[in-house]
Design a protein around this ligand. Structure first.
Ligand code: DX5
Ligand code: ZN
Length: 216
């Protein structure tokens, strides 16, 4: 069964706690935390303090997506007892192997994200070490963008590769996921589906999470 990770980037920040509890109660598998620094991506979102405030509530585990430069320096800020994955960008990590080991040293699963223009061949040397590969299906920085189909090919290739070579990474997709395309992306071999505007833009969050879960 596919897993749903609603991105709180599209939540109503004045109601953040309530909304995160609601989607968690409704069956969201992860809370996707989009951290943006205004350098790696052309937008600033929120940091560890906001995520830690949520930690007082009853929520699904965190899937932390760091769209920041120098991520190694900030990883420890995002480690909580609810943090399951911390994901860094291939494009922001000149020493990717070290960055992944740094995350694992905190007892957290380590993920790497690739932008639409980054080929999966850039990950060849870390396929053994990585717990999750996040295939970006939009250029990161904003919610509500349109799905870029090149992601489908990458997901198919990554799924074939792990079956043939026996790798254990999980495949996640992020950007432009809706109720209309999620089935097609699942068929390509994806395991975790990030959805921001498609979940938080709904009138009834509980129903929308359930709709996604039914398709997944
Ligand atoms: C994009 C973020 C995504 C974003 C997804 O930079 O990484 O997680 O919030 O939003 P939607 O689902 O609206 O494309
Ligand atoms: Zn994200």
């Amino acid at each position: 069964m596919g897993k749903l990770a609603p991105s709180i980037l599209s939540a109503d920040f004045a109601e953040l706690g309530k909304q995160v509890e609601e989607i968690s109660r409704a069956g969201a598998d992860y809370v996707h935390i989009d951290v943006m620094d205004g350098h790696f991506v052309p937008n600033i979102s929120f940091g560890a303090a906001v995520m830690k405030a949520l930690n007082k509530l009853d929520t699904a585990p965190y899937d932390v997506h760091l769209m920041i430069e120098n991520p190694d320096q900030y990883v420890s800020d995002f480690v909580t007892d609810r943090t399951e994955y911390i994901v860094v960008h291939q494009e922001a990590c000149p020493h990717l192997h070290r960055s992944l080991q740094n995350i694992k040293a905190y007892g957290v699963k380590a993920g790497v994200a690739i932008n639409p223009a980054t080929p999966i061949s850039t990950l060849e040397c870390v396929l053994e070490d990585v717990d999750l590969i996040l295939v970006m299906s939009v250029n990161p920085g904003f919610g509500g963008q349109k799905f870029i189909p090149v992601a489908l090919d990458k997901i198919r290739q990554l799924d074939t590769l792990r079956r043939e070579a026996g790798y254990h990474y999980t495949i996640e997709v992020d950007g432009g996921i809706t109720l209309d395309n999620v089935e097609m992306v699942k068929a390509a071999g994806c395991d975790i589906f990030v959805a921001g505007s498609a979940v938080f833009g709904a009138e009834n969050l509980t129903e929308r999470v359930k709709e996604f879960k039914e398709v997944l």
